[in-house]
Design a protein around this ligand. Structure first.
Ligand SMILES: Nc1ncnc2c1ncn2[C@@H]1O[C@H](COP(=O)(O)OP(=O)(O)OP(=O)(O)O)[C@@H](O)[C@H]1O
Ligand SMILES: Nc1ncnc2c1ncn2[C@@H]1O[C@H](COP(=O)(O)OP(=O)(O)OP(=O)(O)O)[C@@H](O)[C@H]1O
Ligand SMILES: [Mg+2]
Ligand SMILES: [Mg+2]
Lengths: 227, 227
């Protein structure tokens, strides 16, 4: 489903070049459950943004279900992002003026779902992450971990075939973290693909394969027995 | 140094009341190293904001070095915040348009320090958190964990007598987290007071006392042998 070949990403600030990814080759098959680990600044979020079609590489080829993403139009990219990919951002990226309900509802509006169906799906998604009593709260009326869970609910609400989660448990206590991992586990066992960035070994233990980044390159890529 | 008596905090959204803290009694002596743990939404950040004079309780008394914070003027509160307290926010709270150097420099400008002294102190603080090569980067040109480390550098730059750190390692890999904990250890061994919110047991293990919150109340408060 995901084929990355010789991918590099170089950010530019003025005349300074910052290499974030230096030649990454990686393939992820449909239905896999992969975690991406590595030190702070090693390029994990940059890689996730490329996989999620939120950014383009400086060089290299990215095939998503055999189609070359580099040759897609903006409309095609937006369509893939909205319909097939669920993205949990490291910084949550919630709409500040919308409450939890409306933030989670957004992908369903893009998908053209009816109001009654949306109501049911959003309430179910927020209940799954334990926020049924916080539906009307805006992001700044929620705790850090509650905001993160709204971001998780929004990513899961449309049953995505590909879930990209960047540090989805960074602000959560262990019990709440494991509840989120159970949700991911259910999505995975229905045949969907999960790519998860984490720095927590006990969270990566849920995945079936661990890819480690170091200074913008893959330093190891190993299958494992999940917990 | 910190005496909280019957502290409660009730947020109001329209006509809904959200009790975040329900009667908290806690004393922290000068030079202590305390961690605050508890589930997501249990009131940890609310408690930290009250201790850091960033918010006022709905009821109860807060004495900081025996002075009643509830009776202080805004100027006195701002003075305490800027000169004596270093705060690492759960959401970093960096100025988006200022680079890493200028974000860390801010407390020193408030303290009226000379430009040359500021230059030296800021470079030293950013070097300590491993970001000497990212001084000119703005927050959106940094990784999540790098932004968090800029927030840590800003809190430590003025050698605060009280450090309040809310989830300072949530976005960091273990090696980088332990480097930050070493910095906190040095600040503590010079006689300063540290209050640290974390959901990570291995981070709380550095502290000498663990206070656990549950639904806005203290459920346990125990001294421990630090690692
Ligand atoms: N501005 C606000 N308005 C209304 N409710 C709020 C506001 N800020 C926080 N809350 C609520 O108060 C409760 C405590 O929030 P707080 O941020 O202190 O929790 P926390 O322990 O820091 O959680 P986390 O570990 O997720 O960061 C939460 O249930 C939250 O929804
Ligand atoms: N917009 C940008 N402009 C310039 N440099 C950037 C930009 N975004 C990221 N970088 C740099 O690229 C490198 C990789 O960043 P990235 O966010 O991918 O790291 P990461 O592995 O996700 O780190 P973390 O675990 O701290 O979130 C970092 O060193 C960072 O400073
Ligand atoms: Mg990142
Ligand atoms: Mg919090």
């Amino acid at each position: 489903i995901i084929q990355l070949e010789a991918i590099s990403k170089i950010y530019e600030i003025g005349d300074i070049k910052v290499p974030a990814l230096n030649g990454v080759d990686m393939e992820i098959d449909e239905g896999e459950y992969v975690s991406i680990m590595g030190p702070s600044g090693s390029g994990k979020s940059t890689l996730m943004n490329l996989i999620g079609c939120l950014d383009t590489p400086t060089s290299g080829t990215y095939l998503l279900t055999s189609e070359n993403v580099g040759e897609m139009t903006d409309n095609e990219l937006a369509d893939i992002r909205n319909r097939r990919i669920g993205f949990v951002f490291q910084t949550f990226n919630l709409l500040p003026r919308a409450n939890a309900f409306h933030n989670v509802e957004l992908p369903l509006i893009y998908a053209g779902m009816s109001k009654d169906d949306r109501q049911e799906k959003v309430e179910y998604a927020l209940e799954k992450v334990g926020l049924q009593d916080r539906m009307k709260h805006k992001p700044n009326e929620l705790s850090g971990g509650q905001r993160q869970r709204v971001a998780v609910a929004r990513a899961l609400v449309n049953d995505p075939s590909l879930l990209l989660a960047d540090e989805p448990t960074g602000n959560l206590d262990s019990a709440t973290s494991y509840e989120i991992m159970d949700l991911f586990g259910k999505l995975h066992s229905s045949g969907n693909t999960i790519v998860l960035v984490t720095h927590e070994e006990d969270i990566a233990a849920y995945s079936h394969r661990v890819v480690r980044l170091l200074d913008g390159r893959i330093s190891s890529d190993e299958k494992q027995e999940p917990r």
